[in-house]
Ligand binder design. Structure first.
Ligand code: MOS
Length: 729
């Protein structure tokens, strides 16, 4: 059952509308909250007049910094200490919230809040006076700097030297479902129905803001319309909804408008990445330096850890990486799918492509010449690595051998230039503590659960499969539930870790269940299983049977009856110490191959096809996994060609805060994307051999497209996105 590409178990509920997303929960007596957000990027709210808003019919309250409840001062996170003072630190910072009996009345009231600001001067880009560079304590939990060998002399004496700057723009998360939450107080207890990537981490942070014990907070997140990192952390609207519900004494719904999604909720920060490569004439790396500057806010630290990938992807003895933050007047950035690796891979894999041309070596061959047989940074063996197979299978399917070596050498019949590019992909395989339980009922069905969240990736389906396999039941008799702090704890659906964490907990709970079933089955003197050892038994199709003689067995239903209980319960709590030393390094790997067509007169770029292969240990569901990889690959195309949060440098406001002006690809932009799942067995990464697939699809795909554009045109664009004017040189 594990591995089969079965249809989504929640597919029917989703297409019929039976699946209720956070904002769709039907809560009696609910009121509606609408945010008022700042129209300056730095300064203070000098005056705020809510009289007109409050006078409207149906308006229950208008909260500002002057009247909002005080929240926990220890919460270091400024974004959660919202409406606590008059300061403005970024464009579209929430400065008030209007609450009314209908959404329309709340919207009307929000529009009638009058604000007078005192503006402070703003620094709005990373290279102007007022932008302050700093050395961070860490780069997204990694050490900011690394150093091995001796970069300077190795680079200075290298026969081939490249030194280039790559720039990635600010990107905004735009899941189909915007941020939304419903806050309900019952006595002193708070419940959030939330668009969240993790109910337990949300509970921890919101409990802290309101000085509540965690046991007095419940968070429910049953269906999520995409998160991509933006729904991982707790955001201003969570605190505001809970405050508003407290003040009006009713449950409160709060949903962001699409433009508000470009506000106080983080983004992938703009990066400037200097990559220096020293190589010998054959393209073998002698020295590699990757220095990252990551745009950030005045009031909090977040670093796009873009150079981490350069520490481990290729074998190179002499290497330096650095991360620096640059404080300007913008919101604090946050995690966005493959934070670090996706922007870092654009720089590294573009630079490797440039090296391939400089050395006169095929780009794929260049990667093979620099293949890291072990982790060059940690100096450990890989628990498994099948990147060679990814290269080979994707290159074959793509037809890489038909590529002309020189740029601008391939042209279609209509005169458009054709280009082929490739890039490597990788993402670390992580795992955190997780718990799971299984209850086997007398009717032969079972209920399994773990409190993670399916953010749209298909984890309901994957975990149903794992629970069925672990319990020895068909998928049709297994029901899996998640997305609620009342269920066994699980980590966030983030960092590509949920499946590895929860699936192993389910597997362990299944083992506990099997032991209980075995004890019941072998204790009966009249049974053919009497006195048999555990390893003589099999558990499948709802029966315990003799391995050597499968016709001899007993049904689970009979064993539940014998237990004298309504159900047989099993639970596992797996503790994972992420800081503990391990003998192996574990990463998933992949390769993207992209073909583009470019209009030589207008610089228009069209992706024509893409083939991407991934090896990520055991794949739990081939169908949902392919979709996940494909979504990531497509997002890389979007990074290469479309997305850019554009700031007005005079005011610090983001100008294209809508899906009309902030471009994301539509179906017409994405023709054929083919995903290859490369078989890989990893005996070390975790008991199930699952590496995690959430983010790797997005790593390297922008570089593959950019490299294809170079191959088509001979123009190297080092600042994304690749827009027509950058090609008309
Ligand atoms: Mo992901 S950016 O770790 O939600």
């Amino acid at each position: 059952m594990i591995g089969a590409g079965i249809d989504r178990v929640d597919g029917r509920a989703k297409v019929t509308g039976a699946a209720r997303y956070a904002y769709e929960q039907q809560i009696p007596g609910v009121a509606y909250a609408v945010l008022v957000t700042s129209t300056i990027a730095a300064g203070r709210v000098a005056e705020i007049d809510t009289a007109q808003a409050r006078a409207l019919p149906g308006v229950l309250a208008v909260l500002t910094h002057q009247n909002a409840p005080r929240v926990n001062g220890d919460a270091a996170d400024r974004k959660l200490r919202v409406l606590q003072d008059d300061r403005v630190f970024y464009d579209r910072q929430p400065i008030a919230v209007a609450v009314a009996d209908t959404f329309e009345r709340a919207t009307d009231a929000a529009a009638r809040v009058r604000v007078r600001y005192e503006r402070a001067p703003v620094a709005t880009t990373m290279n102007v006076p007022g932008a302050v560079e700093y050395t961070p304590k860490d780069a997204n939990a990694n050490s900011p700097d690394s150093n091995r060998g001796a970069f300077d002399p190795a680079f200075a004496s290298a026969p081939i030297r490249l030194d280039n700057l790559y720039v990635t723009p600010t990107e905004f998360h735009n899941p189909m479902e915007p941020h939304a939450t419903i806050a309900r107080w019952e006595g002193g207890r708070l419940t959030l129905y939330d668009a969240s990537q993790g109910v337990f981490s949300r509970r921890t942070s919101i409990a802290k803001v309101f000085s509540l014990p965690e046991s007095d907070v419940r968070v429910v997140a049953k269906f999520i319309g995409g998160g991509f990192g933006s729904k991982g952390g707790t955001n201003p609207h969570h605190a505001l909804a809970a405050m508003a519900a407290q003040v009006v004494g009713r449950p409160v719904k709060l949903v962001l408008t699409r433009p508000q999604m470009f506000g106080g909720f983080g983004n992938r920060p703009r990066t400037e990445q200097r990559v220096r490569i020293g190589a010998d004439r054959s393209g073998k790396l002698l020295a590699l330096a990757h220095d990252v500057r990551s745009q950030g806010s005045r009031y909090d630290d977040f670093i796009e850890n873009a150079a981490i990938i350069s520490r481990m992807l290729y074998a190179v003895d002499n290497q330096v990486t650095t991360h620096r933050g640059v404080r300007i007047d913008v919101v604090t950035p946050t995690y966005m799918r493959a934070p670090g690796e996706s922007s870092g891979s654009f720089a590294l894999e573009s630079a490797m492509d440039e090296l391939a041309y400089a050395a006169g070596v095929d780009p794929l061959e260049l990667r093979l010449r620099n293949y890291a047989e072990s982790d060059p940074q940690e100096q450990k063996p890989w628990s498994s690595k099948s990147l060679r197979q990814c290269y080979a299978q994707a290159a074959e399917r793509f037809g890489w051998s038909r590529r002309a070596p020189q740029p601008r050498a391939m042209r279609a019949a209509d005169g458009w230039l054709t280009g082929m590019g490739m890039a490597s992909s990788t993402y670390p395989s992580r795992r955190s503590s997780a718990s799971a339980s299984i209850a086997l009922h007398a009717d032969g069905t079972a209920f399994a659960s773990s409190g993670g969240v399916d953010i749209g990736t298909g984890s309901y389906t994957a975990f149903t499969q794992v629970a069925a396999e672990a319990s020895g039941l068909p998928v049709s008799r297994m029901h899996f539930d998640q997305g609620d702090t009342e269920l066994p704890p699980a980590p966030n659906a983030g960092g590509s870790q949920l499946t590895a964490s929860v699936a192993n907990a389910i597997l362990a709970a299944g083992m506990v269940l099997r032991e209980k079933l075995a004890a019941l089955a072998t204790a009966d003197a009249a049974s053919p299983l009497s006195g048999r050892r555990f390893d003589e038994l099999t558990f499948a199709d709802g029966r315990v049977a003799l391995r050597a003689q499968p016709s001899q067995g007993v049904a689970y239903t009979e064993l539940v009856r014998r237990s004298g209980q309504p159900s047989i319960e099993a639970r596992a709590d797996l503790q994972v110490d992420r800081a503990a030393a391990t003998p192996y390094s574990s990463n998933a790997f992949g390769a993207h191959f992209a073909e583009v067509r470019v209009d030589p007169d207008l610089g228009l770029v069209r992706l024509t096809r893409m083939v991407s292969a991934f090896a990520a240990g055991r794949i739990v569901n081939a169908k949902t996994a392919s979709s996940q990889f494909m979504g990531g690959a497509i997002w890389g195309v979007s990074m290469a060609l479309h997305e850019e949060g554009r700031i007005d440098e005079r005011t610090g406001r983001y100008m294209n805060a809508s899906l009309e002006q902030y471009l994301v690809p539509v179906n017409a932009d994405i023709p054929a994307v083919e995903i290859i799942l490369v078989d890989e067995t990893d005996p070390y990464v975790n008991p199930l051999g699952v590496k995690g697939i959430g983010e790797i699809g997005n790593v390297g795909s922008a570089a593959a497209v950019a490299n294809a554009v170079y191959h088509a045109t001979g123009v190297r664009v080092r600042e994304l996105p690749i827009t027509p004017e950058k090609l008309l040189v």
